[in-house]
Design a binder for this molecule. Structure first.
Ligand code: SF4
Length: 103
């Protein structure tokens, strides 16, 4: 049976498979591609990877020269102890009216 880690990122719950990597001799999480397969919190905000390249909407945290990834963006809320967090930018929000058009 596949081993997994359960995440709850501000109410967005999902399981991430883990595997043992012989090279580094430790268990590694096989995180999903959050751009290809978006996951949203119950409030519609998008879960992102801290090290994901910054999108065109990114604005650096005060004092930072530039926004290189989500972790350096003022719209990002880091979830402690993980490489995951939530983007609060309106453009990334799941909108019910758009979702209805796709369904
Ligand atoms: S946190 Fe959101 S707005 Fe900021 S770079 Fe990432 S996806 Fe873009």
């Amino acid at each position: 049976m596949e081993r997994t880690v359960h995440y709850n990122i501000e109410g967005a719950e999902f399981d991430v498979p883990i595997y043992y990597d012989e090279l580094v001799r430790q268990e590694i999480e096989r995180l999903p591609d959050f751009l290809e397969h978006p996951i949203h919190t119950p409030s519609g905000e998008r879960v992102m990877l801290t090290i994901e390249d910054a999108c065109e909407n990114g604005i650096p945290i005060d004092g930072e020269a530039r926004c290189i990834d989500c972790g350096s963006c003022r719209y990002y809320r880091q979830t402690p102890g993980t490489l995951l967090g939530v983007c609060s930018h309106e453009a990334m929000r799941k909108r019910a009216d758009i979702q209805e058009m796709k369904d």
